[in-house]
Design a protein around this ligand. Structure first.
Ligand SMILES: NC(=O)c1ccc[n+]([C@@H]2O[C@H](COP(=O)([O-])OP(=O)(O)OC[C@H]3O[C@@H](n4cnc5c(N)ncnc54)[C@H](O)[C@@H]3O)[C@@H](O)[C@H]2O)c1
Length: 445
């Protein structure tokens, strides 16, 4: 039985693990297996990433290059663009992107391409696991028929499971080993063997009855975040309308030891997960005649935040008899989240675009992001790329307004408070002392 073969290979740490897609999810994952002594083969379409990894370099902030080098030097890790090496793997884990189309429908092309390569080289005795976030039914409706179309059968010839990734980039407290892992297979053997595999690298594995439950679990988690952030954003606008300090209210509410979990407002949501994943769920629900209203409402509120930040900026400038048109505006932090370099879906892009479409001259400072480019298809203002500017005294002084979009730790906020004439703080980056000691006019979300 292939179950027994795989079980033995995993127990003896002799299983070769192939990871398809070596990005934010795939690279940390393969490193964990390699550090446990398993052989890891990374499959990439981007030859530069594969070459860098083979040279012991890391393109992911959370993965220290020394770990990549250690695995490469030990001979446990190789990266390749050659998919004909897939049969060398006993386990294949798919970690490719799952973006949205312009219509906000799921773009399954990456999963289809990766699945197509696996189908082409599938050999008897492999365990295939999908980790890319996707709608419930992808594993058993899309991948299973693909692989069975080759004359193979689940349990008899291969095992197939879904296990969502929960990596939180930039979070030093929770990393792969201490984030519980949910696993659901298309068969009992698939679930149990996939759970056994993850048990090698994760302290706590939670098995569920099907791949669909695991797929839905991931989307529930991220929809929960999108909706709660949406509520925090609405509460911030409500508090502003009432003249109450939003941040003081959340801080006070968070003292309740049960029944409340703090979520914080901001300039909008970003990254490859929270803005996208709920659409995978609502798309699938629509196919079953179900309209997910919370998801639509949260999307509406969250995607309106960049416009609201621009409105706050416009109102604040107006009080000093200035307009956005012709003003110099400094954006502090453009990555979607604190202390990381990820620009995907970053609300700063929309804010810059809206400001430039209204005639502002925009500069940015972000220690993690050397250059920002704009997708012409979505840009309403000029789509000229921007380069990171050093945070000099002159730059802060000469800008009519500084908007804090991302609260990176390595920024001298005291200096900003001292020199900027006007600050819009969307992240509560400025503490009370800084605000009290500042001569700037400060507007907070
Ligand atoms: N980034 C996160 O924080 C996070 C968290 C949880 C889940 N996820 C999910 O994990 C999946 C991967 O996300 P990511 O952030 O790692 O994406 P990413 O863009 O960082 O990495 C994906 C990698 O896959 C490669 N790739 C694309 N097509 C390929 C193919 N056919 N074969 C081999 N490689 C291919 C790309 O070159 C890229 O290096 C997505 O479904 C995402 O929703 C991401």
């Amino acid at each position: 039985m292939i179950r027994n073969q795989l079980e033995k290979l995993i127990e003896e740490k002799r299983a070769a693990v192939g990871v398809v897609g070596l990005g934010y999810v795939g690279l940390p994952l393969i490193i964990e297996f390699c550090l446990k002594g398993l052989k890891g083969i990374g499959f990439e379409v981007d030859a530069k990433k594969a070459d860098d990894i083979n040279a012991g370099l890391s393109h992911i902030v959370d993965v220290p290059a020394e770990n990549v080098k250690k695995c490469v030097d030990a001979g446990t890790l190789t990266a390749t663009t050659d998919f004909s090496r897939l049969p060398e793997c006993d386990v294949i884990i798919i970690c490719v992107p799952t973006p949205l189309r312009k219509t906000k429908d799921p773009d399954m092309s990456f999963i289809m391409t990766a699945g197509g390569e696996i189908q082409k080289y599938l050999r008897r005795g492999q365990l295939i696991i999908l980790e890319s976030t996707t709608y419930p039914g992808t594993t058993d409706e899309v991948l299973q028929p693909m692989f069975e179309g080759e004359g193979f059968k689940v349990d008899e010839d291969f095992l197939l499971a879904f296990s969502p990734e929960r990596v939180d980039p930039g979070n030093p407290q929770f990393q792969t080993h201490n984030i519980p892992k949910v696993v659901g297979g298309v068969s009992k053997d698939s679930t149990e063997i996939a759970a056994k595999l993850y048990g090698l690298i994760v302290n706590d594995v939670h098995a569920v009855s099907s791949a669909r439950v695991a797929e839905a679990c991931k989307l529930w988690e991220n929809t929960f975040r999108a909706i709660n952030i949406g509520m925090a954003n609405e509460m911030a606008r409500l508090c502003n309308a009432l003249g109450i300090d939003t941040w003081e209210v959340v801080r006070a509410a968070a003292t309740k030891p049960f029944g409340f979990m703090p979520f914080y407002p901001g300039p909008g949501i970003g990254g490859h997960c929270i803005p996208l994943d709920p659409h995978y769920l609502s798309w699938k629900a629509r196919q079953h005649g179900f309209d997910s209203q919370f998801i639509s409402l949260a999307e509406q509120i969250n995607s309106g935040m960049p416009e609201y930040v621009v409105e706050l900026t416009s109102n604040a400038l107006n009080k000093t008899k200035k307009a956005i048109n012709g003003s110099k505006i400094l954006i502090l932090g453009v990555a979607y989240k604190k202390d990381i370099d990820d620009m995907r879906e970053s609300p700063a892009l929309s804010i810059i675009d809206l400001l430039r479409s209204r005639g502002a001259e925009v500069a940015y400072h972000d220690p993690f992001v050397p250059k920002v480019t704009f997708d012409h298809a979505y840009t309403i203002g000029e789509a000229e790329p921007l380069s990171n500017r050093e945070l000099t005294d002159d730059l802060i002084r000469e800008c009519d307004c500084t908007i804090i979009c991302t609260e990176h730790s390595d920024v001298d906020y005291e200096k900003v408070c001292e020199l900027a004439p006007l600050i819009v703080d969307t992240r509560n980056a400025l503490n009370e002392d800084m605000r009290n000691g500042s001569s700037a006019k400060i507007v907070r979300l």
